[in-house]
Design a protein around this ligand. Structure first.
Ligand code: A3P
Ligand code: MG
Ligand code: MG
Length: 380
């Protein structure tokens, strides 16, 4: 039965005072010392192949292979191969948490060691990308989000729902933005090899179905987390040889010609780069700077743990502690709100810039995201 969520919320507010709770997002409220964040540990890996099929191994892991000299012009043409050597993942397929849940179901025996009688020793299971959005929320001024939450056998699962605005944006994406997205993937191809001592092959096809994902366990304050995220490559010559520290995140950005431009880049873009890599403990981010003709005019390596030093001189910049404190507080809010253990009950948390977070409650709706096969696998 699909009841109108708005009506439902209003009715709930009358009978259940808990439902009228909203959650504030203002950055200044979370300006406190950095919270406890346990060093992220990799507990598993999986891959998605060229057909987007799941494999419980690292077959799609690529190896960091930068050009011999970090010179001014590595000679990359990021437009090369567009659109003829481009196989784009079908974004109409909403995968939800399915690939991650498959990994959990296949590895549940190793995850059981818990005294609370849960099949899974974690308070939260989600994608790293969803947590990145939560972390950056106090500073986000453009894009809102919707996060669906279900409590199942003692673990809270968080799965993003595409907003109306995001779907509009995706369905009407300009040709320019489509090519820019391709260029980000093309940069990965120029920087990665298939073997530890190999060299990149830019003559191949860019296929965005392919992905290598790490599964991470960590703790933020009182919340134990299990999440997975896509990893661009591993550096076989990394000063930190073990995963996840040996992983490298690759990024492209427009070349900067002024200090003002760089300051703006630190404020707007670096927060997303930092959050994405800090969460899983990826220690380096390598930026390729795009010239107007689509060539890469320079490379720059950022150490994730040193980014806060770059930004702290600017008082108008974002603060890592605010992001982390906000995330910890939001997760505590989710724990307080979602207390009925039921895989067919979904609380939909909604946020728009300039507003507090609110939520609606949905029983047996289209928002259900824990598949029957998963509920069955974790119940036996
Ligand atoms: P860049 O970020 O270098 O531009 P990731 O950096 O997370 O590994 O993602 C790889 C590439 O996917 C990005 O490269 C970008 O081209 C594309 N991409 C990621 N998120 C996107 C989004 N929300 N919209 C459009 N393209 C996106
Ligand atoms: Mg990536
Ligand atoms: Mg990347």
């Amino acid at each position: 039965g699909s009841q109108d969520p708005q009506d439902y919320h209003i009715k709930r507010q009358k009978s259940d005072p808990k439902a009228s709770l909203t959650f504030p997002v203002t950055a200044s409220r979370y300006d406190a010392p950095f919270p406890f964040y346990r060093r992220p540990a990799e507990i598993g890996r999986f891959s998605l192949d060229a057909q987007r099929c799941y494999h419980g191994d690292a077959r799609q892991l690529r190896y960091y292979a930068p050009p011999p000299m970090e010179g001014p012009t590595p000679g990359f043409d990021l437009r090369d191969g567009y659109p003829d050597r481009y196989v784009k993942r079908d974004e109409d397929v909403r995968e939800g948490l399915d690939h991650l849940l498959k990994w959990v179901a296949q590895n549940q025996k190793e995850l059981q060691t818990d005294d609370k009688g849960r099949p899974l020793n974690a308070d939260f299971v989600t994608w790293r990308g969803h947590l990145t959005k939560v972390l950056t929320t106090p500073y986000e001024t453009r894009d809102g989000w919707l996060l669906a939450v279900s409590l199942f056998r003692g673990t809270l699962y968080i799965s993003e729902v595409e907003t109306e605005a995001a779907r509009e944006e995706r369905e009407h994406r300009s040709e320019l933005l489509k090519e820019l997205a391709y260029m980000g993937y093309k940069f990965e191809q120029y920087m990665c090899a298939d073997t530890p001592d190999g060299t990149p092959d830019p003559s191949g096809v860019v296929n965005t179905n392919e992905a290598f994902c790490t599964v991470i366990r960590t703790r933020l304050g009182t919340h134990s987390l299990l999440f997975s995220g896509e990893v661009d490559c591993t550096d076989p010559r990394s000063p930190w040889p073990d995963p996840p520290s040996c992983y490298v995140e690759l990024k492209t950005s427009k070349v900067m010609h002024s200090l003002a431009h760089r300051k703006n880049f630190y404020r707007q873009k670096m927060i997303k780069w930092w959050a994405q890599s800090f969460l899983p403990g990826v220690s380096r981010i390598v930026a390729g700077y795009r010239g107007p003709d689509g060539s890469v005019v320079g490379l720059e390596t950022f150490e994730t743990m040193k980014i806060f030093q770059l930004i702290k001189e600017d008082p108008g910049c974002w603060k890592p502690a605010v992001c982390m404190n906000f995330c910890a507080a939001f997760l505590a809010f989710v724990k307080k709100v979602v207390t009925e253990d039921n895989p067919k009950l979904v609380h939909l948390f909604a946020w728009e810039p300039g507003h507090p977070i609110s939520y609606t409650v949905h029983r047996d709706s289209d928002y259900i995201f824990l598949p029957d096969w998963y509920v069955e696998a974790m119940s036996t």
